[in-house]
Design a protein around this ligand. Structure first.
Ligand code: DAH
Length: 341
């Protein structure tokens, strides 16, 4: 038994264990030291188990000795444990540190293009009147773009709008030159009476300059009902202008010519306080031949229609001087108008 409870062996083990505690760098190191000396196979555990079988007077001495060793070991162990854990915590915090002052990559918010803003505003206006919103293809059959709208086959009016023709020629497809191409589609597909507006892209072989673009947007309004007159047309246009520009607007109709309206007008608007008439688009009473193209009884129904350039409205509304700004797609440009939608 004395061989197991060997005071000098335990003393040197204690010394060794204290040195190992001193040299421990991590809590794992420390745990390893603990189990080496006090684990089930550890020298102190075996010593402690053997105390009971010692002679009485030896037992007391051994018990006290063991107690001192354990106390010394525990004190050194706990002290070191605190140090190591504090250091580990510090390292963990350092490694998880987030530098709140570091610059980061900003992703600017996108914003709607002024043409889209005007389009949405117009659509809301027409919906508020209870009109439907229509749509039509951009690659359109020449019949809807011209013939059905009373453009005779070789009439110079076809050249009024420089048309992009699709190949092959026999396809009779064009890039629509005007949203008026939706008129006959709408009349064919919807029951009467009909109140509808359609906004979309149109194409003409123009060169881009401050006022023109080969691709632009139009708003087409069409109403077909019994007893409609130019007064109704003018009323809708004035309400539209006042709503778009948030000011009372007057509309003036000047005689003009379009194959699909009779009478036809150029329309100008005058905003309260501006003192200047500005051109806004074309309008008129739907030509009986157009109603006939759609199978509408032109003895019973009359209609009015109008076409307004969206870019033009956007330029007037937002004070944009050059078409280039509208088509170049610089996000910083759109950003200036990014409010209210
Ligand atoms: N489509 C015509 C254009 O692009 C504009 C227009 C004029 C539309 C008179 C109409 C209208 O509906 O009645 O020049």
């Amino acid at each position: 038994m004395n061989a197991v409870f060997n005071l000098s062996a335990l003393s040197s083990s204690l010394k060794e264990s204290l040195e190992e505690i001193g040299g421990a760098k991590t809590s794992q190191d420390l745990e390893a030291v603990h189990s080496k000396y006090f684990g089930s196979q550890g020298i102190f555990s075996s010593a402690s188990k053997s105390i009971g079988s010692l002679d009485k007077e030896k037992r007391k001495e051994a018990g006290e000795f063991f107690g001192r060793c354990k106390k010394e070991f525990d004190a050194a162990f706990l002290k070191k444990k605190e140090e190591v854990e504090a250091e580990e915590e510090r390292e963990k915090l350092l490694s998880e540190r987030v530098d709140m002052t570091l610059p980061f990559t900003r992703f600017p918010m996108g914003s709607l293009h002024p043409v889209t803003l005007v389009q949405r505003e117009m659509e809301r206006f027409f919906m508020s009147l209870g009109w439907s919103l229509g749509d039509g293809p951009e690659v359109e059959h020449a019949w809807y773009n011209f013939d059905a709208l009373n453009f005779p086959p070789d009439h110079p009016a076809r050249q009024m709008q420089d048309t992009f023709y699709m190949a092959p020629e026999e396809s009779n497809l064009v890039l629509r030159t005007q949203t008026s191409s939706t008129q006959v589609r709408e009349m064919i597909s919807s029951p009467l009476p009909l109140y509808t507006a359609s906004i979309g892209r149109v194409f003409r072989s123009d060169t881009l300059d401050a006022f023109h673009s080969p691709v632009f947007h139009q708003c087409e309004g069409l109403a077909v009902d019994e007893g409609l007159s130019v007064a109704d047309l003018k009323g809708v246009l004035e309400a539209l202008v006042s709503s778009l520009f948030k000011k009372k607007g007057d509309v003036r109709l000047r005689p003009s010519y379009f194959p699909f309206t009779e009478p036809s007008f150029e329309m100008d608007m005058l905003l309260e306080g501006s003192g200047k008439w500005v051109e806004l688009g074309g309008a008129g009473m739907v030509h009986p031949n157009v109603l006939k193209s759609a199978g509408v009884d032109c003895e019973k129904y009359t209609g009015f229609a109008f076409g307004i350039g969206i870019e033009r409205v956007a330029m007037l509304k937002y004070g944009i001087a050059d078409m280039h700004d509208l088509v170049e797609g610089d996000a910083r440009f759109s950003h200036q108008f990014a409010m209210g939608d």
